[in-house]
Design a protein around this ligand. Structure first.
Ligand SMILES: [Zn+2]
Ligand SMILES: [Zn+2]
Ligand SMILES: [Zn+2]
Length: 153
């Protein structure tokens, strides 16, 4: 197994131990492990809570992961949701290992269920979005920001 795949499977293993119960995640509404992600509209099989991936991600981060947008701004913490470089939905969650925790570190998209280990995505200096390393290999700006900069000349 390559280093890359090993890091990936470690991340997935950690995530499945702490965030998932089987294929289920904790539902932000009924708090049971009945939320199925991995499509445009994740759904809870218990309380039938559902919504667009971006809204579900926001609810989950606030009610389950317990990071609030307000707190993030106030304390200067990172707001963990950004655009997924794979499916371009606002449903990519960045898991950071918080003090005293052994949880996963890495990225999980609630919409396409893609996973990246910590450090595998690069942050664009322009839009602060996480991009695939191929796109930012030697650059600090992603394609979109570069295009926008060229267009504004
Ligand atoms: Zn539910
Ligand atoms: Zn995605
Ligand atoms: Zn950018």
């Amino acid at each position: 197994m390559s280093t890359k795949n090993r890091a990936l499977s470690e991340t997935i293993k950690k995530m499945s131990k702490t965030i998932f119960r089987g294929k289920y995640m904790k539902c932000p509404q009924c708090h049971r492990y009945k939320l199925v992600i991995g499509n445009a509209e994740p759904v809870c099989e218990h309380c039938e809570y559902t919504g667009e991936a971006a809204d579900v991600t926001r609810d989950w981060v606030t009610n389950v992961y317990r990071v609030s947008e307000y707190g993030a701004i106030k304390r200067g913490d990172e707001w963990p949701i950004s655009e997924c470089p794979e499916c371009e939905q606002e449903s990519l969650v960045h898991f950071v290992r918080r003090k005293g925790e052994s949880g996963p570190a890495g990225f999980l998209c609630f919409s396409c269920e893609e996973v990246w280990p910590e450090g595998r995505l690069k942050q664009c200096d322009g839009c602060q979005r996480f991009r695939k390393p191929e796109e930012l290999e030697d650059a600090v700006y992603c394609n979109e920001c570069t295009r926008r900069a060229i267009g504004s000349f």
